[in-house]
Design a protein around this ligand. Structure first.
Ligand SMILES: [Ca+2]
Ligand SMILES: [Ca+2]
Ligand SMILES: [Ca+2]
Length: 286
């Protein structure tokens, strides 16, 4: 009597030429194979879990401003090009604003007030109803001129993520001056997290637009954790140019990880197969 059967992936054929002869080595091989299958499943599950979590961004988007949409003073002084928004899986949100205004911060006046960087306004509802803001708690009135032609000069400052109580418009801030744009530019409210902001002024010969970068961590802040869209708006205090836009929040797709029940069923099936094989083998050797 010849009994031949394949084990799972077909790597090993157990050929038993007689019901009364039974190869111990082959049995050990089959048990080893089952162990390997278990290992492969464990590793595969780990890899799937890792690929979903590590290095993913909930938001990784660029908002482009409309070209030449500044209202007064010229694009070379007030123009804003774009805003890069990233929300990493460690909770850190970074917003980079590219604007020519870096050279002109705190250098010119409107309505008797210096024209300076505004706060970054945020809506966790994805609307123009701003409920959070990144507030510049220091450095707003500093100058950020880079006198080098091709080297980058960088400044680092502290800021705070605040829950917005009120906003100041460009009109209010500059005492109703005629030659300014319109928009909410400065915020007031209670701090919910510390953060940082930096200024990169690229040398003129690099041809790169200067950058403001805001960063803050929103871990544990429900309004952000529940948000499906975020809206951002930024302008210098005179709002001669404003950039705003809405970004979608992509939550990790947890259903690409094997369901615990599916995984248990696979383990159970493998266990049963091993048990049945063991029984058969015992029967043959009896
Ligand atoms: Ca613009
Ligand atoms: Ca520059
Ligand atoms: Ca604009």
């Amino acid at each position: 009597m010849i009994i031949a059967y394949k084990i799972i992936a077909g790597d090993i054929n157990l050929n038993i030429s007689s019901p009364f002869i039974f190869d111990v080595n082959e049995t050990l091989k089959s048990m080893t194979l089952i162990k390997h299958v278990f290992k492969i499943f464990s590793v595969a599950t780990l890899l799937l879990t890792t690929s979903v979590v590590a290095g993913d961004f909930l938001v990784d988007t660029t908002i482009y401003d409309t070209p030449n949409d500044y209202v007064y003073g010229g694009a070379s002084r007030y123009g804003i090009d774009k805003m890069d928004v990233q929300w990493a899986d460690n909770g850190l949100i970074t917003v980079d604003v590219y604007t020519n205004f870096v050279n002109y911060n705190a250098r010119t006046y409107a309505g008797g007030e210096k024209i300076v960087f505004g706060d970054l306004l945020i809506s966790t509802a994805g609307t123009s109803d701003f409920d959070y803001a990144f507030s510049l708690s220091e450095g707003r009135n500093d100058k950020y001129k880079n006198h080098h032609w091709y080297k980058t000069k960088t400044w680092n400052n502290e800021g705070k993520l605040i829950e917005v109580d009120s906003t100041t418009t460009s009109d209010q801030y500059h005492n109703g001056s005629d030659n300014i744009g319109h928009g909410d530019v400065i915020t007031a409210g209670d701090a919910v997290a510390d953060g940082n902001w930096s200024v990169d002024n690229y040398g003129e010969w690099t041809g790169v637009t200067d950058k403001l970068s805001f960063s803050f961590n929103v871990t544990g802040i429900d309004a952000f954790q529940d948000a499906s869209q975020l809206a951002f708006s930024w302008a210098m205090s005179c709002a001669n140019d404003i950039i705003h836009g809405v970004v979608n929040v992509d939550r990790p797709q947890t259903n690409s990880i094997p369901e615990p029940t599916t995984f248990l069923l696979v383990l159970l099936a493998l266990g049963l197969m091993a048990k049945r094989r063991h029984k058969k083998i015992n029967h043959f050797s009896a």
